[in-house]
Design a protein around this ligand. Structure first.
Ligand code: PMV
Length: 325
């Protein structure tokens, strides 16, 4: 058998309506749907080489040879692709993200989306976009949303086949920019895989899930009609609700730092003064500040001036995963 090799890239994404908690942990089937946008320019590039001379999978991720739990997770994911292709050949993975890991930008989303597409291409498997999205989901839930283009909705579903993401608006639908205010570049203490397991221990999670369809509806409508005010209202509420679950689960997860709150307050103050601007926060202390592209310079400057902000990153709306030839 010849070497079977392919390279693929995928952007990270930021969720407007968040994924937090699974109804099925093994299959990563979420308790609620979510909505996101891909982050242009913040991506992972992954080469997968299936080689019959290898007797184990190996992976070089951002220049580090993987071992332990991280390697097992990658290998399990490759097993899913091998099973579908009917092969047992081991693979060498080389993967680089162009943004720092563990800073509240989902590197697992872009990484598992790129890995899925590269492995599928290398083995010449024919898959629809929905099937590829569902496959990426098995590696990391949010990776399902980095497969389709632009603005994306992940339908929770209740089975492997029905839990996938699809584009709800193209890249050029709305020129939004994510100005990420970095408060810390340190790795987060608790990753999202463990975090999803604690979600159900919060007495508030049932209320969050019961109200999810309403928030999804409001977000989808505001996004499709480019109604920034309505959009900001629901996106901030959804982020705050998720963090309430994190804080009240057991063990409790407190991701916010003092500077996180300083930025949130400044975003609200600027919006009250007429600037279209909102915040949303993932499983970390950094704050994603979203605004229309015309305001990005002003927002970047305002955020950088705040105490505790060590740097900013900027991303517009990104495309779906692509194969590099
Ligand atoms: O896909 P995971 O397991 O990294 O979970 C992502 C969880 C959040 O980033 C906090 C929310 C989301 O929907 O992206």
């Amino acid at each position: 058998m010849p070497l079977l090799k392919a390279t693929a890239c995928a952007c990270s994404n930021i969720a407007f309506i968040k994924y937090w908690g699974n109804r099925d942990d093994a299959l990563r089937i979420p308790v609620n749907g979510s909505i996101s946008m891909n982050l242009d320019g913040l991506y992972t590039r992954t080469t997968v080489t299936f080689d019959p001379n290898l007797n184990a999978d190996s992976a070089l991720v951002d220049g580090r040879e993987m071992s332990g739990g991280g390697m097992t997770r990658i290998s399990h994911h490759l097993d899913q692709v091998r099973r579908r292709a009917g092969v047992e050949t081991r693979a060498r993975i080389e993967s680089v993200s162009n943004f720092p890991a563990g800073v509240g930008i989902a590197s697992s989303a872009s990484a598992f989306a790129a890995l899925s597409l590269a492995a599928v291409k290398a083995l010449d498997l024919r898959m629809s976009e929905a099937e590829l999205s569902a496959l990426a989901r098995l590696g990391s839930g949010s990776a399902s949303r980095s497969i389709p283009t632009g603005f994306v909705e992940w339908f929770a579903g209740d089975s492997h086949e029905s839990s996938f993401a699809a584009s709800i608006a193209p890249v050029d639908h709305w020129a939004l920019v994510d100005v990420v205010a970095l408060v810390s570049k340190a790795h987060k203490a608790t990753g999202s895989t463990e975090g999803h397991h604690t979600a159900a221990t919060s007495p508030l999670q049932a209320a969050r899930v019961a109200d999810a369809a309403r928030r999804l509806d409001l977000c989808r409508k505001a996004l499709l009609s480019r109604d920034f005010e309505a959009f900001a209202e629901v996106v901030e509420q959804d982020s705050d609700i998720m963090h309430a679950i994190m804080m009240t689960g057991r063990p409790a997860l407190f991701y916010w730092q003092p500077a996180t709150l300083t930025i949130m307050a400044e975003v609200r103050r600027l919006r009250a003064s007429g600037l279209p601007l909102l915040y949303t926060i993932d499983a970390g202390p950094n704050v994603h500040c979203l605004c229309p592209a015309d305001y990005a310079d002003q927002v970047d400057q305002a955020v950088r001036a705040l105490p505790g902000v060590v740097d900013t990153l900027r991303a517009g709306v990104g495309h779906g995963a692509w194969v590099e030839s």
